[in-house]
Structure formats: C-alpha cells, structure tokens
Design a protein around this ligand. Structure first.
Ligand code: THU
Length: 133
C-alpha cells in the first residue's frame, strides 16, 4: 500500500468527528484507498427511523464509487471505544463488491490498536457476480 496505515488511521479518526450517531452514541469512521491511491472517508449517519442508518464503511465506499472509482485496495475502520471495529455483515458484502480477496483490512480502535486482515479472512464464501453465471 502506498498510503501508510498511520496516515489512513488519522484520516479515519478525523472524519469520525463528523459521525452522526445521536441514537447509538457509537461513532464510526472509515477510510478507503482506491486503486489509484485516492483516499475517501466516511462516517455512520443514523436516522430516527433506525433502519435507514448508513454505516461508515458504506458511506466511504459510496462516496468513492459515485466519483467513478471501482476498485478498493485497503480500508481502515475506527470507532470511539477501546474495542476494535468490526464491520457488520451488510458492509462486508458491500466491501466485497469493490475489494478483492487479497485487499487489506485494518480493524482499529480509538487508540489505533489494530489488527490487519486480508479481505477473504473476514468474508469467506462471499456471494458475488460469479455465483450468477
Ligand atoms: N456501524 C457502522 O458504522 N459500521 C459497522 O460496520 C457497524 C455499525 C454503525 C451503525 C450505527 O450507527 C452504529 O454503528 C451502531 O450500530
């Protein structure tokens, strides 16, 4: 990865200040690196109709895709607690649309304690377009 992990962490935790989480009080920030080394950040955006909440990872991905990007090579997810961030199942599926099995995934906490995974480790047996051939 051209962009180092600590730079990515700083971008994600800075973005996290914009999380809109008045219901859960659980703020999340994500930063992704596109194939051509552009960084997009995202935060969770909650809604009084709870089910309409958008997770930080999906916000970041949708920003990048809407700007024309289609391939993500790294993602970091942070939150405001001491627990490492764990992307929900829906976000793992959305990540899988744009990240290959060898993509880098950093799960971090507010202090940048983190664990690194390959994407295939956090979503084995992902459903993809190939399943519809
Ligand atoms: N959340 C994320 O932003 N990403 C995840 O992968 C897990 C959950 C958010 C959604 C909601 O605003 C809050 O965390 C509590 O579920």
């Amino acid at each position: 990865m051209t962009i180092d992990e600590s730079t990515l962490f700083t971008k994600a935790i800075t973005a996290m200040k914009n999380a809109y989480a008045p219901y859960s009080h659980y703020s999340v920030g994500a930063a992704i690196v596109t194939e051509d080394n552009e960084v997009y950040t995202g935060v969770n955006i909650e809604n009084a109709s709870y089910g309409l909440t958008n997770c930080a990872e999906r916000t970041a991905i949708f920003k990048a895709v809407s700007e024309g990007h289609r391939k993500i090579k790294a993602i970091i997810i942070v939150n405001g607690t001491k627990e490492l961030s764990k992307p929900c199942g829906a976000c793992r599926q959305v990540i899988s649309e744009f990240m290959g099995p060898e993509g880098q995934v950093f799960l971090a906490n507010k202090d940048n304690d983190h664990q690194e995974y390959k994407f295939k480790q956090i979503l084995p047996l992902a459903f993809s377009d190939k399943d519809m051939d």
